[in-house]
Write a protein that binds this ligand. Structure first.
Ligand code: G3I
Length: 374
């Protein structure tokens, strides 16, 4: 994969689903039919970008309609949880790849490039890790895990979120790093170890630092953007092989503090380090909005559009993944439920897999953004 291309051209344009559709007999693909040629990824590729989504293991296993819809809209997928320590490591001496392999096999079957998420995080770790993660044993534990996991998926993954949410200035650690079990055991060197181990196990995937809470004009977000930039510059200066920044973009409709200028400047600053960028977990929660679906859908769409119009023009921004494709399933209903108990309307498709205003906002943002250089 060349540095400027979001994915290899082969996987972008030759996905069987796309070719199959192009060959569909006349009259099959009516104007209302959903075909990969009209999907969000296809629209993103016209500007040399990608669109994809995160897949929950439960949907992959039990919702064929949802999984049939993914290739019609997406050109890359990632697992919400199957590639994390919590899913992969039932015991210190064991790996359980079944869930992750199931998504990898689905992705390969549909010609969909796969993101790996994530090799180093302070959450979703197995219970045994706390005891095993000592200054003496931590380095071997981390590097062996990454060698095993990145090695297992060698040749099957195009991106790795090597480190997830490593920056949290309120913890007061030097460099604004998060007070995580990894940091307590290994210090800042945990990041260096992770990126080097990933590069050694599989040099091909683009290696990301994936970060949240860097979206708004709030002091905390501005402080974190600064800390992320400083960390990336420091890693690069020390020869740590980080190549890209993931901006999670878990947004909230009704928040008025979206500073498009600050966002565009942040993307330019990251790009000036020679790094690529992806929007990795876009969704727009609607907790602040009234129950009326039409109001929620319109404000969610407008909010996402404002964010994407700020970041997509940066040539370093390779593409966008949403954290789920349909309101049928979003982590938000589990973790940040609406006070009225109504399901969130945070994603491009509704629970019946129909396109919503957010879908059209994404399509319009891809179509209006200046094409990325080839
Ligand atoms: O698979 C098990 C199942 O066997 C078990 O019966 C069930 C009940 O315990 O748990 C299932 O695993 C859950 C997994 O999702 C799959 O559904 C885990 O408990 C649960 O913690 C996990 O939640 C995920 C969370 O990350 C933690 O890994 C969410 O789905 C996922 O959306 C969320 O994603 C994070 C990103 O990784 C980082 N950015 C924030 C984002 C939202 O929190």
């Amino acid at each position: 994969m060349s540095p400027s291309s979001p994915l290899t051209r082969r996987v972008l344009l030759a996905a069987p689903a796309v070719l199959a559709c192009a060959a569909a007999p006349r009259g099959v693909a009516s104007s209302r039919a959903v075909t990969p040629l009209s999907g969000l990824h296809r629209r993103a590729t016209r500007g040399n970008r990608f669109f994809g989504t995160a897949i929950d293991p439960g949907l992959l296993a039990h919702d064929p309609a949802y999984m049939a819809r993914v290739p019609q809209e997406c050109g890359i997928v990632v697992s919400e949880s199957a590639f994390k320590w919590g899913a992969l490591r039932p015991r210190p001496d064991a790996y359980s790849f079944d869930g992750a392999d199931a998504l990898a096999e689905y992705a390969a079957r549909h010609g969909l490039p796969l993101r790996g998420h994530t090799l180093l995080w302070h959450k979703d770790n197995p219970a045994w890790l706390d005891e095993a993660l000592t200054p003496a044993g931590g380095e071997r534990l981390l590097t062996e895990h990454i060698r095993a996991v990145a090695g297992h998926f060698r040749g099957r993954v195009v991106h790795w979120d090597v480190a997830n949410e490593a920056v949290w200035p309120p913890d007061g650690r030097p460099g604004g790093l998060r007070d995580s079990p990894w940091h307590r055991a290994l210090g800042p060197a945990a990041l260096d170890l992770a990126f080097h181990a990933c590069a050694e196990a599989d040099p091909a995937p683009l290696r990301f630092l994936n970060e949240d809470q860097i979206e708004y004009a709030w002091d905390a977000h501005a402080r974190k953007r600064g800390a992320v930039l400083d960390l990336l510059a420091d890693l690069l200066a020390r020869g740590v092989p980080v190549q890209a920044l993931g901006m999670q973009a878990h947004l909230e409709a009704g928040v008025t503090d979206l500073d498009q200028t600050a966002l565009a400047r942040f993307c330019a600053d990251v790009a000036s380090l020679g790094l690529r960028i992806a929007v990795t977990e876009l969704d727009v929660r609607d907790n602040r909005l009234p129950a009326d679906p039409a109001i929620r859908d319109a404000e969610v769409a407008a909010h996402a559009r404002a964010y994407l119009d700020a970041v997509l023009p940066c040539p370093a921004v390779l593409g966008v993944l949403t954290w789920g494709l349909s309101d049928r399933r979003t982590w938000l209903n589990d973790e940040i439920p609406r006070a009225d108990g109504l399901p969130q309307r945070a994603l491009p498709l509704d629970a019946a897999l129909r396109r919503k205003p957010l879908w059209h906002a994404l399509a319009a943002a891809f179509e209006s953004a200046p094409p990325r250089p080839a």
